[in-house]
Design a protein around this ligand. Structure first.
Ligand code: R5P
Length: 294
């Protein structure tokens, strides 16, 4: 079956790179907004009997979802044989339970929505916490790729003696894997979240690691409060300037600058969300996952 790759606005570089790796066609699409804010979507390529790949990272998802919905519906109506959504960052994974009475469990509802729209989902390190597997949420095949080998390769090339630090229990899954692959020691801290922009992180025990470079590893950097708290501890506990690695550069307004000001020596992220901190490319990982299904 022929493959055609469409990039939603903001995803052009990744979709072109994927099409080049896959040696497939790049789809032509128009997405624009009417003066009243409604979306206009038009597919200009032939999608009949083709495997359609829609590339749309889902950072700040609310504005992206309707154009994506319209594009998927249009591709289906025009005769696409199979539609895969490549969303390197998958949103709405953190509200995975009702913390307070009356709250929407958006992880589940968002999964229902995407499951009804496309035939397959490919993503990277979704925030699986209380849900352990994608298939607990998604009714379509949903592939969760892992950036850990890419992070470990980056570390081996750039940081001679790293000590990996996970800022909370949830990060154990990433930190342990990266540390094993990079053959480095690791510590995992405990975090208490007091509000959207307020967290407390326990102090790392650094006495034995004064010559190591601390490397904070987390899946998401959003407000950066988790990393800032940890960096502030490290400033008191080691002379080495910390490296901060996040898979997904969500970065709320001002967060990247605040993390640099707090004392992060280097901030590196994967290109799952386009950001100036991107230093690790996931294109080949995604392309291999697409190839493995045909
Ligand atoms: C949640 O526990 C995640 O793994 C991250 O630690 C969290 O999303 C980071 O958020 P922030 O940058 O807002 O502290």
């Amino acid at each position: 079956m022929k493959t055609i790759v469409f990039g939603l606005p903001g995803n052009e570089a990744l979709s072109q790179s994927l099409a080049a790796i896959l040696k497939s066609e790049t789809g032509a699409v128009t997405v624009r907004y009417f003066p009243d804010g409604e979306s206009y979507v038009r597919i200009l390529s032939d999608v009949r009997q083709k495997q359609v790949i829609l590339v749309c990272t889902l950072h700040q998802p609310d504005a992206k979802l309707l154009p994506l919905y319209f594009l998927a519906r249009t591709a289906r109506e025009l005769g696409a044989a199979h539609i895969t959504l490549v969303a390197p960052y998958l949103a709405y994974m953190r509200q995975d339970k009702q913390f307070n009475e009356g709250e929407a469990v958006t992880a589940r509802y968002f999964a229902d929505l995407l499951s009804g729209l496309v035939d397959k989902l490919i993503t990277i390190d979704p925030h699986l916490h209380r849900f352990r597997h994608m298939q607990e949420l998604y009714t379509i095949p949903a592939i969760a790729l892992h950036a850990a080998p890419l992070l470990a390769n980056w570390l081996k090339k750039h940081v001679p003696q790293p000590l990996l630090i996970g800022p909370d229990e949830e990060s154990l899954q990433w930190v342990k894997e990266v540390a094993t692959l990079a053959e480095a020691p690791y510590l995992v801290l405990t975090k208490t979240r007091l509000g959207d922009r307020e967290v407390q992180v326990t102090q790392p025990e650094m006495a034995a690691y004064q010559k190591h470079t601390p490397v904070l590893v987390d899946d998401i950097i959003s407000t950066a409060r988790t990393m800032i708290e940890t960096v502030q501890h490290l400033k008191r506990l080691t002379p080495q300037s910390p490296v901060c690695i996040g898979v997904h550069a969500v970065f709320a307004a001002g967060a990247h600058e605040e993390l640099l000001q707090a004392g992060a020596g280097t901030i590196i992220t994967c290109n799952t969300i386009v950001h100036l901190s991107n230093g690790i490319t996931t294109d080949r990982l995604l392309a291999e996952a697409i190839l493995s299904q045909v």
